[in-house]
Write a protein that binds this ligand. Structure first.
Ligand SMILES: Nc1ncnc2c1ncn2[C@@H]1O[C@H](COP(=O)(O)OP(=O)(O)OP(=O)(O)O)[C@@H](O)[C@H]1O
Length: 265
């Protein structure tokens, strides 16, 4: 992969929470146009890694480049970079007293000076993209969990960000809604020319739409490759995670174990 193919480049990245290194020595390139799944046991540092991409957490060492530039630590430059990131956080974050359309319009109202009729048209397009144009006037409480997630997705897409970041997009959804959301992630990625990073525990629902899978555990990347390579992996850490075994190299309480390892690092 050449530098221009990578939309995210991490080099010898070390991320700390408090005094403790959650991740260290992370090298990773994410190819433009790909859907990349980031897996790992609870507490392994997936959300922490996302925080580094969005500039919420500065590296303790190493570098983070997103959209071809080092992530600024603060100020206007960081706000500008964030406009290029569509982030769907855990939970939908929809405002309950606004309709679906009003929720999707929020980022456009906040970050652009577009006239109201243009915003209305853009909102209709985004809702159409997630298959919910007819639900424009519904309030979040009137939507199913899967529909609400898709409205949140439309809102994350509002400013046409080239990079989408999904943190646990399937939590709380039934299997059918999981399938719908993951197919949508893939379809939007391809039709809109995006790059997508999906952090999730839902390995089996996610792998079919994924180009590249990364597993983090024990403070580092323990696997990086295609879904087929992941499924064929014989690495005990990877197998334990994939097969959901309680006993294995990853201690059951991975948060505590990580803390101990870092003390030694
Ligand atoms: N704001 C914070 N302050 C201090 N420690 C934190 C903070 N956020 C996360 N941590 C710690 O950092 C470690 C990694 O947490 P993180 O949330 O990144 O893991 P995760 O892989 O996303 O977990 P999960 O799958 O449960 O969401 C954990 O030990 C967690 O307790």
């Amino acid at each position: 992969m050449t530098a221009s193919d990578a939309i995210v480049r991490l080099r010898q990245l070390r991320l700390e929470r408090g005094e403790r290194a959650v991740l260290r020595g992370i090298d990773l390139d994410i190819a433009r146009g790909s859907v990349v799944a980031l897996f790992g046991p609870s507490g392994s540092g997936k959300s922490t890694l996302l925080s580094a991409l969005t500039g919420e957490l500065a590296p303790a060492a190493g570098s983070v480049e997103v959209l071809g530039q080092p992530v600024p630590s603060a100020g206007r430059a960081l706000l500008e970079l964030r406009k290029g990131l569509g982030v769907l956080l855990q939970g939908n974050g929809l405002l309950t007293d606004l309709t679906a359309a009003e929720n999707v319009a929020l980022p456009l109202r906040m970050h652009t000076d577009l006239p109201a009729p243009v915003i209305e048209r853009l909102v209709a397009m985004k809702l159409h993209a997630v298959g919910l144009r007819a639900a424009a006037d519904a309030y979040p409480r009137e939507l199913s969990g899967g529909m609400a997630r898709r409205v949140a997705l439309a809102r994350a897409l509002a400013l046409d960000p080239p990079l989408m970041i999904y943190d646990e997009p399937l939590t709380g959804l039934d299997p059918i809604a999981c399938g719908v959301v993951m197919s949508l992630v893939r379809r939007l990625n391809d039709t809109l020319g995006l790059t997508s990073i999906v952090v999730t525990h839902h390995v089996h629902e996610t792998l079919p739409v994924t180009d590249h899978a990364v597993v983090i555990a024990d403070g580092g990347i323990v696997f990086s490759g295609t879904p087929a390579e992941l499924q064929g992996s014989t690495d005990p850490l990877v197998r334990q995670f994939l097969d959901g075994q309680p006993d294995g190299p990853i201690p059951f309480d991975s948060r505590g174990a990580g803390a101990n390892r870092q003390d030694a690092a």
